[in-house]
Design a protein around this ligand. Structure first.
Ligand code: GUN
Ligand code: ZN
Length: 430
């Protein structure tokens, strides 16, 4: 018989996309809720008084100040940048050349890659994140290291070899052919292996020749169920560089589109400075814009307008973009999204922030409904928030008149101390 665990606390579930329905109508909240985990799966969710009598043999864990949620999904990160997070004073291209690329060269050592992969996954799970889509480096060993580390935690993870054949240090360069061959052999080994999913990963058009983009577009054409992750229109200097490097392209998106790198399983990191044509084309072809708010302020890239993009019907997800982003925490990332929302004219509702950090990310990674929900039959990947994790948060939560007033101070001021527990595939993480 499989182990049963009954988690008792408040629960929040989405019944609708809170950008479509009114946020408060889009959720179901139980003040005295329960989630029954059987093996690695959510078996039941409901009121504590209904589930307790039915789960007499289950281990019972009470979270008195706890809010049980689907685990956070970070839809764009760079695990190899763990050790250079919060590096001072540069804009994107100089930040890449001065901090990122030198650090990424260290990943030709599989032992170093393994150490950082473990450190990174320990950090994200301590912050309540149960799935990520991460870039690796150009070294296949960096991809192996991350997938191995995720498999040992039974974690659903999207990753890919970061392909670059120009405008980067020689030690990081591959070629069009080796990018195709290495990506193909990694995706054959890892895509759909347990909970792993592969993302074909051209870093961004400035570091890939048109030949390399073509080779990766061909590979995606052969494996359309894989994801494709990249960067687009993050910083204005970068967009100007694209115009120099690709004089015949209509715009930044066209550099990818001309190579077949556009489609429903695409994750477009940043996407701040897209033109009307680019946004219309992404809406037509599918794919998700990934908002990276702490990175966009830290590197000084610009203000992504969540409300405007959702009003245009574009799918969105939320991400830390570590180490361009300044935190591993999706709580801090939601707070930054809220602040940027204020600067762009819309106070995002806590339900919308939470949805972006959970279910929207699950859709973007093509992992819904396996993750991003509390529905019975899905994987028990859960985050339990402590809504009174520090004195200042507790005194705000104590005055709350509804769940949103209780939750919002944790979104704005919470960090890893607000994570009471993280469960992955029915296992509480250490
Ligand atoms: N654009 C290309 N590479 C990167 C990266 O590593 N981080 C960020 N933020 N933007 C990029
Ligand atoms: Zn990035």
């Amino acid at each position: 018989m499989q182990t049963e665990t009954l988690l008792l606390g408040q629960t929040l579930r989405f019944t609708q996309d809170p950008f479509i329905d009114t946020p408060t109508n889009a959720i179901r909240h139980e003040a005295q809720g329960a989630v029954l985990i059987r093996g690695d799966t959510i078996a039941e969710v409901g009121k504590a008084c209904d589930l307790i009598p039915r789960a007499r043999h289950a281990n019972m864990i009470r979270y008195p100040d706890g809010l049980i949620l689907p685990g956070f999904v970070d839809a764009h990160a760079h695990y190899p940048q763990t050790a250079i997070i919060a590096s001072w004073g540069k804009r994107l291209i100089d930040w890449l050349n001065d901090y990122t690329f030198p650090e990424e060269t260290r990943f030709n050592d599989p032992a170093y890659a393994g150490t950082i992969a473990d450190r990174y996954l320990d950090l994200v799970t301590a912050h309540g994140t149960t799935s990520v889509a991460s870039f690796c480096t150009s070294h296949p060993a960096s991809v192996e290291a991350l997938f191995q580390a995720a498999a040992s935690r039974d974690m659903a993870l999207v990753a890919g070899k970061t392909c670059m054949d120009r405008n980067a240090p020689y030690a990081l360069l591959d070629t069009a052919q080796s990018a195709y061959d290495d990506s193909k052999s990694l995706l054959t080994r890892w895509h759909g292996n347990g909970r792993a999913r592969y993302a074909i990963t051209p870093r961004f058009s400035p570091t890939s020749t048109p030949d390399q983009l073509q080779a990766l577009g061909a590979l995606w054409g052969e494996h359309p169920d894989c994801l494709m992750q990249t960067h687009i229109s993050e910083q204005q200097e970068e967009c100007a560089w694209i115009a120099d490097l690709f004089p015949k392209a209509r715009d930044y998106l066209d550099t990818y589109e001309a190579a077949g790198l556009i489609g429903p399983n695409a994750l477009w990191g940043h996407a701040i400075w897209l033109t009307d044509r680019e946004r219309a084309r992404i809406r037509e072809t599918g794919g998700t814009l990934v908002h990276c708010p702490t990175s966009n302020t830290f590197i000084g890239s610009g203000l992504f307008n969540v409300a405007a993009r959702r009003a245009e019907g574009l799918p969105l997800a939320l991400a830390t973009d570590t180490g361009g982003g300044s935190s591993f925490s999706m709580l801090r990332t939601m707070a930054a999204a809220y602040e940027i929302g204020q600067l762009t004219g819309t106070a995002l509702h806590p339900a919308q922030l939470l949805w972006l950090a959970t279910e929207a990310g699950a859709h973007a990674l093509n992992l819904h409904p396996e993750i991003g929900t509390l529905e019975p039959g899905t994987k028990a990947d859960l985050t339990i928030l402590d809504l009174a994790s520090t004195p200042v948060i507790a005194q705000r939560a104590n005055q709350a008149e509804d769940i949103w007033q209780a939750l919002f101070p944790t979104i704005m001021m919470g960090d890893d101390r607000a994570i009471a527990a993280t469960w992955i595939a029915g296992q509480q993480q250490p």
